[in-house]
Design a binder for this molecule. Sequence first.
Ligand code: NIG
Ligand code: FE
Length: 453
Amino acid sequence: MQLSYSRIGGKNSTAMTDSKPLLFVNASQVVTCAGPARARKGNEMRDAGILRNTAVAVSNGRIAMMGAARDIEHAYSDAEVIDCRGGVLMPGLVDSHTHAVFGKPRFEEQEMRAGGLEYLEIAARGGGIHASVRDFRERSEEELYDLAAPRIRELASYGTTTLEIKSGYGLSVDDELKALRVIGRLAERQPLRIVATWMGAHEIPQDYRGSDEKRAAFLAMLVNDLLPKVVEQGIARFADVFCEPGVFTIEETRRVLEAAGKAGLGLKLHADELKPAGGAELAASLKATSADHLAAISETGIHALARSDTVATLLPGTMLFLGKAKQAPARALIDAGAAVALATDFNPGTSPTVNFPLMLTLGVSQLRMSLAEVVIGATVNGAAALRLAGETGQIAPGFAADLALFAIGDVRELPYWYGARLCVGSWKAGAPCHPYESVGKLNPRPPEVVPTG
Ligand code: NIG
Ligand code: FE
């Protein structure tokens, strides 16, 4: 069968509204990820729920019915038919960790690292996050929105339909609120489901460095001035801290996150990214929603996460881009019973990629995860890392119709054709997210990709 995605779907597809029923037919596989609406831990990650000969009906933005097309199409005779033409239909990917609102890229640092400078050494010389902060502060809200919007549509073009975005390049009251307003505006105007995280504790900014008093003043500013404003304005759902030797200590992280938790925000940590420091253990003890990075997690940390409901979010693109040989111990985490999610960490310093399926490639090839594990990690467990597991991340009746269609005949091809853009359409709550009308132009699918039936 020849796959051609230059036009999928019937007439009026752009005029589709939430209430217009949709019927997805002719997928070679529907990867449902169906199961409990919570993080899948350990062995529970082994089943991605792959169905054949399955049509999916969507009504009012939700999955309404699934089954053989001939059994359900009569109930949806008015529906717009989306012909999947032998592609793979999956839950839209959930990218639960990004820093997608930033100004200029930082490509000069890549060669500096190749020359032997470490990530935190570049930061100590005023580069790294500091460079992004200086740049961010100079830009207006409008300019930052205009820079982020096309980057976000690029993320969507690879199959992401839910996106977490952190602040953390402002690091002053006004600039952090500006970042969160930009994220809020993106959430209103862009077609993805966007979740905002306040990361005022991303770095100690240069204007607060040089003495213990200044450092204490920055922490006090975060907790006493900035956090109450973030909460009062309702512009973030989570708080995150870069808990790492040389950045924020365990005690500082605990202080910021305890205050954020009391104020009603969900908790996240950049934990044990470069050196083990007990970040994972802290995340578990604070009942954080997720602990992220974890390339340097300790044995105790692995077991603390396995015993907890905290999702271990692994970001293999970051280690790849930083040139690190070491990746997070995904196998040990899953085998110990932890819930693992994958995400891009899209940011200008350590992971300038919009390609979520590439993280699945790294998941299998570098982290030694199975196909089912990377798929669950990019859907259900990503959703759980955003407390959205009851809403998105699986194709099952009642869930939001957040869907992504890939031009492959077998889901194993998603991590296999590495680096390729295989998504040929996506929907958020039944509304177009990555518009399938344009896929013929955007996605020159490798010609040798032939559906395997
Ligand atoms: O997740 N580790 C800290 N924060 C980001 C990098 C941010 C940057 O370098 O701009 C990360 O890797
Ligand atoms: Fe990050």
